[in-house]
Write a protein that binds this ligand. Structure first.
Ligand code: FEO
Ligand code: CA
Ligand code: CA
Ligand code: CA
Length: 509
């Protein structure tokens, strides 16, 4: 019985087989409930939950009284992108009404949820709100007001919200990933490409606080933001640029975080240093125009590539490659191990290199100090037929230091593993002991869906998970491939958050 042994060596469930079933398949003893599906009204003004749920932030309602409630929380849900067949319904004309519907279905939902006798439910709360593609967002940090953003100080909305992170002072970092598509399809709506592609900080507890884009963290295809603290209290954020042959970054804040000082915390990400990882020699290379000569010397043809730090940050990818940042195979999520401090990153795949399966890597910073400038790395787990998974995407640690990972095989029609991988799945990995790095299949998503945004309640008893884009490859609303999350009497699938219960009382915490 796996429940009788340490969860660090074995999974707390009997692993399941791959399947193509149109449901969320879980091991015996586990169950899920649909919570906060797309289109459900949840704010006082009647706003509805957005589309294609991704990252979920869990903010215990009593966080600022030092509490860690596992039954009452504000959840933040990223809504990564829309499928016009489902949202707005107009796939051809794309008139103003269609574009407006799309703009209102992306961004972030802040949703209060509570666990009662009947399980979890969404509850009315003045903090329930939507931040969408039209919400005013302030640009802060070195790029604010510069020519790189056409002088802007406040911009429209946040889009491409993929994964994210939570800060110790109780705010959300939501990451703007595939923003190019939006600015193209919303052309003519005053949508500015350089205003997207940043990390946006949102305070779920304070609807009056204008969301802020932290430009010091660079502009690229921001996948995620894994937050930790250096021994001296400086905030360190690990970030991936999810594109083929792009890099992994870390931001180190200038100031230090004082536990409990929430107001000061909210300014910490405004200034600091941005580094890019060089996996050749295990070093962090500074991306600072004034302090790194290579950035001053970089040329495009006979012209300087950059003339200011604002330009470096606005095209951080080019700057990273110019100073020797190592291009890797599409960095997806990154997480910091809650006990060892090791950093884990999912390199999902890279068809250019024939890397169809991906890897999970991990590294240890020198002296286990997240602000250190050198590190040692290794491969933690290889995707492929042997291990049973492919294309690792989101990662999350449970409170005991076990790793959980979800796959994203969506875009790889040529992926040789797809035929026997079944639908996208969730896997468990011990991180220590004889089975470290072994993958155990915990969940399989419905047809066409990706499982995204996993987060555990602090007691480890509830896993919140997003079921993103079920039925996405349907030809039309008459030929639906999935009905997952559909309303009673309807067959139309809905992206949704689910709450999974059944986790045992864990040992060895
Ligand atoms: Fe939105 Fe890189 O996944
Ligand atoms: Ca992702
Ligand atoms: Ca994560
Ligand atoms: Ca994904």
């Amino acid at each position: 019985d796996p429940k009788a042994v340490s969860p660090r060596a074995f999974p707390p469930f009997t692993p399941i087989e791959p399947t193509g079933a149109d449901t969320l398949t879980l091991p015996r003893g586990y169950r899920f409930q649909v919570l906060a599906p797309w289109g459900e009204p949840f704010t006082e003004s009647g706003r509805t939950i957005g589309f294609n749920h991704d990252y979920i932030g869990y903010f215990p309602l009593d966080l600022h009284e030092g509490g860690r409630s596992s039954t009452d929380a504000l959840l933040t849900i990223n809504h990564e992108y829309v499928n016009p067949m489902f949202v707005g319904g107009d796939t051809k004309g794309r008139g103003a009404e269609q574009i407006r519907a799309e703009m209102e279905a992306v961004g972030v939902s802040v949703v209060r949820v509570r666990k009662g006798r009947q399980g979890w439910s969404v509850v009315p709360d003045p903090r329930n709100r939507r931040i969408d593609a039209l919400t005013p967002v302030e640009l802060t940090g070195p790029v604010r007001g510069t020519p790189a953003v056409k002088g802007a100080t406040t911009v429209k909305g946040t889009v491409g919200n993929c994964s994210g992170g939570q800060t110790p002072w109780g705010t959300l970092l939501t990451c703007e990933e595939n923003v190019d598509g939006y600015t193209k399809s919303w052309e003519g709506s005053g949508y500015e490409a350089m205003h997207q592609g940043w990390v946006t900080e949102i305070d779920p507890f304070d609807p009056q606080w204008t969301p802020k884009k932290r430009t010091g963290m660079g502009r690229f295809r921001h996948e995620n933001a894994a937050v930790t603290l250096a021994p001296d209290g400086r905030v360190v954020v690990y970030m991936g640029d999810d594109m083929q042959d792009s890099c992994i970054y870390k931001f180190v804040s200038k100031g230090s975080y004082t536990p409990g000082n929430r107001a000061a915390g909210r300014d910490l990400l405004e200034s600091g240093d941005l580094y890019v990882a060089n996996f050749g020699n295990g070093s962090w290379v500074l991306l600072d125009y004034d302090r790194n000569k290579k950035l001053q010397e970089a040329r495009t043809g006979d012209r300087p590539m950059f003339t200011s730090q604002a330009e470096v940050l606005a095209d951080a990818r080019a700057a990273a490659l110019a100073v020797g940042g190592t291009p890797v195979d599409r960095p997806e999520d990154i997480e910091v191990h809650p006990r060892t401090g090791d950093i884990y990153a999912a390199l999902t795949n890279n068809s250019k290199h024939g890397n169809f399966f991906g890897q999970i890597i991990r590294w240890t910073e020198k002296g286990s100090d997240p602000s250190a400038l050198s590190f040692l790395w290794e491969v933690f787990a290889y995707g492929g037929p042997q291990s049973g998974f492919a294309s690792p995407d989101n990662l999350v640690f449970d409170p005991y230091g076990n790793l959980w990972m979800v796959t994203d095989n969506s875009d790889l029609s040529t992926n040789p593993i797809k035929a026997y991988h079944g639908n996208n799945a969730m896997f468990f990995f011990p991180t220590e002991g004889p089975n470290a790095g072994r993958a155990y299949r915990f969940a399989v998503g419905p047809v066409d869906a990706e499982l995204t945004g996993p987060v555990f309640s602090p007691d480890g008893k509830t896993l919140f998970l997003s079921v993103q884009h079920p039925g996405e490859d349907s030809e039309s609303l008459d030929k639906l491939r999935s009905s997952f999350g559909a309303q009673a009497g309807s067959q139309v699938p809905r992206p949704t958050l689910v709450a999974i219960e059944g986790f045992p009382g864990w040992r060895g915490a």
